[in-house]
Unconditional design. Structure first.
Length: 93
């Protein structure tokens, strides 16, 4: 089994890497580098296509709907504190 793992130091990436034959992209941009996410994902998807591999992209929960309201998780300060909003916004965009 061959596994390419990008950013598998977190819970999700490390668990997926331990169980599947895929490319795992589980990264979070550094503050100020949020705009880099789309180019990284595009590059990894292109490489996966060239090598005939599946890709699992681990994103944030920002675009999910909050369980007790109609607002998105990213808009609920109980889940996404203001200082993390810029990074969380990447998963919505």
């Amino acid at each position: 089994m061959k596994i390419a793992v990008i950013g598998a130091t977190g819970m999700a990436g490390s668990r997926i890497a331990a169980q599947h034959d895929v490319i795992v992209l589980a990264t979070r941009p550094a503050p100020g580098a949020e705009d880099d996410v789309s180019s990284v994902v595009t590059t990894v998807l292109g490489a996966a296509l060239n090598f005939g591999r599946r890709v699992v992209v681990i994103g944030g929960a920002g675009p999910l709907q909050s369980s007790d309201s109609e607002q998105l998780v990213i808009d609920d300060p109980r889940f996404v504190p203001r200082q993390w909003r810029t990074i969380a916004q990447v998963s919505v965009d």
